[in-house]
Design a protein around this ligand. Sequence first.
Ligand SMILES: Cc1ncc(COP(=O)(O)O)c(C=O)c1O
Length: 389
Amino acid sequence: MALLEKFASAAAIRDKLGAGGQDPTHVVIDQIISPTEGLVGGRHTILAGTNNYLGLTFDPACVAAGQRALEEQGTGTTGSRMANGSFATHAALERDLADFFQLPYGMVFSTGYAANLGTLTALVKPGDTVLLDADCHASLYDGCQMSGATIYRFRHNDLASLEKRLQRLGEMAENCLVITEGMFSVLGDTAPLAKIVELKNRYGALLLVDEAHSLGVYGESGCGVAQAEGVLGEVDFVVGTFSKSLGAMGGFCVSPHPELDLIRYVSRPFIFTASSSPSIIASTREALRQLRARPELRETLWRNANRLYEGLQALGLHLGPEVSPVVAVRLNKKEDALSSWNRLLKAGIYTNLMIPPASPDGFSYLRCSVSAAHTPEQLEEIISAFARL
Ligand SMILES: Cc1ncc(COP(=O)(O)O)c(C=O)c1O
């Protein structure tokens, strides 16, 4: 029984989170009505925390592609690609991604989390070094930890801090992988990738960028922040997910290095898990086609992001440093954040509660993510609900 005693601290966290009304980690959307609306606890609720940036989850072409694949290829693959074979569409999605990013190599994983574990555990080993932005997502930390490489964090988006770390490594900088994100998931700020590329080139390091939140959001054709900064061809590994702008599930890595294809032979999170089901691959491929064919989705997303940021800023709220589709309202105390989150939910607005240790800087945040599918009226409702807080 001693093994189970450690759950006392988890029970204490659960009790605290539930004390304000709804436990934010157990929200059930009883009915999902559209990309931006659901029924929560019997109440019509505007979904302002979905990461559904392009609003493609109900797109008729994506739904039809998924349905067709279900009928034609069945419900699942029932095994891993290494042991049980790939479906032709897994390989086709890898070609689609390589073509989209204009990079020669692409690889698909079953989740975005697995893409980070799978890429990092293959790329770095004990004896290698990773320099990781302090605000990087847990999946990047976990991948580094699993790899056994030596991990140093540099201060968030701080070039001087990164350069100091590279300098200290001396010749070892050539055995080093720098890791950062395009758009960061909690505050919606972006990495200075052009300058980071200049640094990693100068010190002979490699660079991996997680564009999970920036795919479909930044860049001339939606490839992400590296494209927006004009350095996509110089990033060594771009990883990302299908679970945000593409409205599905799965992850990927694309790269100019032929070694990406060899990761398949050594990456346990790729080898020892079932491959994505055909319907997921089909809806993802269609969503990627939509993303490429309809730049107006990105334009609407940015119009909406500007409106929400400007509306919340006018209320005097403390927001992230950049206008972006992630609009995070900062609160000093965890307790205030929890009660404000509950009040917003009761007012029919669902946001994401981010509290330490899962949030940057020790602050708490009510994180909103904007969708191209939000109507102007929904955005005004979100702003008024914050005003009433
Ligand atoms: C930056 C980042 N990378 C990776 C992931 C993991 O992606 P997935 O949830 O699709 O597994 C997330 C998920 O939130 C993320 O924010």
